[in-house]
Design a protein around this ligand. Structure first.
Ligand code: SF4
Length: 77
């Protein structure tokens, strides 16, 4: 079975660039205030979602492994 991820967007940090929606249209939506929301907080591990987190210009997207809480992105220092 593949990894399951927990995805969070820090809306205090999100600047509404929409990059995450471009990378992962199924993974994120922008609300009317141009704040990003994960389509589902819990998701199967997904290259587009990881690309969205990596591509966010302000690192507002955090991904952890469901269950262990281990950091997927940003990686632990
Ligand atoms: S890429 Fe980052 S800053 Fe841009 S909308 Fe998504 S979460 Fe917000």
């Amino acid at each position: 079975m593949g990894d399951r991820w927990y995805v969070e967007v820090d809306r205090g940090v999100c600047i509404g660039s929409g990059m995450c929606v471009n990378h992962a249209p199924a993974g994120f939506t922008l609300d009317s205030a141009r704040q990003s929301h994960p389509a589902a907080a819990e998701t199967d591990a997904s290259e587009p979602v990881l690309a969205a987190a990596e591509g966010c210009p302000v690192e507002a997207i955090a991904i952890t492994l469901l269950g262990t809480g281990e950091a997927v992105f940003p990686p632990e220092e």
